[in-house]
Design a protein around this ligand. Structure first.
Ligand SMILES: CC(C)(COP(=O)(O)OP(=O)(O)OC[C@H]1O[C@@H](n2cnc3c(N)ncnc32)[C@H](O)[C@@H]1OP(=O)(O)O)[C@@H](O)C(=O)NCCC(=O)NCCS
Length: 182
């Protein structure tokens, strides 16, 4: 079984936020940032696994601080956790205002990426070598994220479809909703 370090996986991409990336409010579209996250996650996972990779799941994307046109966005990615055929790529997104030099941490998120072979089948990824406390902490966080991600998948597949009318009505209690079924 081959192994690789977290450092082997590290990659950063940087892109200038141009006016065509803006939404109607003049800030950068969330979709532009999502596409950049997906790109960096792909490069990071492919570099680490030496394979073609696909996105399986996304956790923790929140747009709490707007990104402005004219800012330079950097996305730093590394493999935080590995399973058998998948990797959790942690991404830190920062926006630099070039004139003031001010750097905003806009978001941290986690992309689960699967490695595929030439026939499109899932492929085993290298073992991860953890070399410092930060990497160990991130690995443990990754393990928790994996557990939550799988639980969410099971919940959405099963529980929500089995909710009966009485339970549905109970769930609307205290909510800002009017139930007017025809
Ligand atoms: C994701 C995919 C590989 C899962 O296939 P599957 O046969 O249901 O998978 P399994 O249950 O055998 O799990 C395979 C791996 O995926 C992981 N996985 C599956 N669902 C997951 C989820 N919701 N969140 C995180 N990991 C997940 C499993 O933990 C397992 O990881 P491991 O091998 O590292 O232990 C498959 O659905 C797929 O190829 N999807 C298409 C992905 C794609 O094309 N994305 C591009 C964007 S459209």
């Amino acid at each position: 079984m081959n192994s690789k370090t977290v450092l082997d996986s590290e990659v950063t991409i940087t892109e200038l936020m141009i006016p065509s990336y803006a939404n109607f409010g003049g800030k950068v579209h969330g979709g532009i940032l999502l596409a950049l996250m997906d790109k960096v996650a792909y490069v990071c996972a492919s570099k680490y696994s030496g394979s073609y990779c696909v996105t399986v799941a996304v956790e923790g994307v929140e747009f709490l601080t707007p990104v402005e046109v004219g800012e330079l966005v950097s996305l730093k990615a590394s493999v935080n956790y590995v399973g058998k055929t998948t990797m959790i790529v942690g991404i830190r997104v920062e926006a630099l205002h070039p004139q003031s030099g001010l750097v905003k941490h806009t978001n941290s998120c986690y992309f689960t990426m699967a490695a595929k072979d030439d026939n499109g089948l899932l492929k085993e990824v290298p073992e991860l070598v953890l070399q410092n406390e930060l990497q160990l902490r991130r690995f443990c966080e990754g393990k928790a994220i994996r557990r939550l991600s799988l639980q969410k998948r099971e919940y959405l597949k099963g529980n929500l479809k089995d909710v009966n009318r009485q339970e549905q009505m109970a769930m609307t209690m205290g909510e800002r909703v009017v139930v007017s079924l025809s």
